[in-house]
Design a protein. Structure first.
Length: 190
């Protein structure tokens, strides 16, 4: 296992630790906030570092293309649900984020079944949405002022919906392209 994949796997394993530390903080155990913040910094740093290392060292792998977004989705989903339950993030935003992740994951599964394409290629808009989702969690956990956090939440919601619509558009383009290819013979004739 290369270093970028190790970092993604570590991030996957840190998500439940972050979740538990945050849960106990939100239940009144003040000291666990420091643990949650430290784990969050490691999660965010490893998310940046694994992709950067994979590209820089030429170690981009099919496993990494699955582990990285899986770790991101698990972190974002768990964080948004937990913070929403404790009224730290609005429920509407959590519903948008979780719905987008579920639909994108279902789309990926369909892509694997129908086209045998396992590699995950996030769009730039999808990466921006994930970055904003991470920033929203960071803003809540580190207690940034309410007005910038509120603006960040609306921006996160807008970009999340935009990313979902973009993925739907890409899926339709892929489906239409594949349908056109299957109706042609090897000489390109219909």
């Amino acid at each position: 296992m290369n270093l970028p994949n190790f970092l993604s796997m570590t991030r996957l394993l840190l998500v439940p630790c972050f979740f538990l530390a945050m849960y106990y903080f939100l239940k009144g155990h003040i000291l666990t906030l420091t643990w949650a913040q430290a784990i969050l910094v490691v999660i965010v740093a490893s998310d940046f570092l694994d992709g950067w290392l994979a590209r820089r060292r030429g170690e981009v792998t099919a496993l990494g293309s699955i582990l990285d977004p899986l770790a991101d989705k698990l972190f974002v989903t768990a964080s948004f649900i937990l913070l929403s339950v404790f009224d730290r993030i609005p429920a509407w935003l959590t519903i948008l984020v979780v719905t987008k992740d579920i639909l994108v994951s279902i789309g990926w599964c369909v892509q694997v079944i129908l086209y045998n394409q396992v590699e995950v290629n996030p769009s730039l808009l999808g990466k921006i949405a994930t970055g904003l989702q991470f920033a929203t969690v960071l803003a809540v956990i580190f207690g940034l002022p309410a007005i910038p956090s509120g603006g960040l939440q609306y921006l996160t919601g807008l970009i999340t919906v935009s990313a979902l619509l973009h993925y739907v558009y890409l899926a339709l383009q892929h489906t239409n392209g594949s349908a056109g290819e299957s109706t042609q013979n090897p000489n390109g004739e219909i």
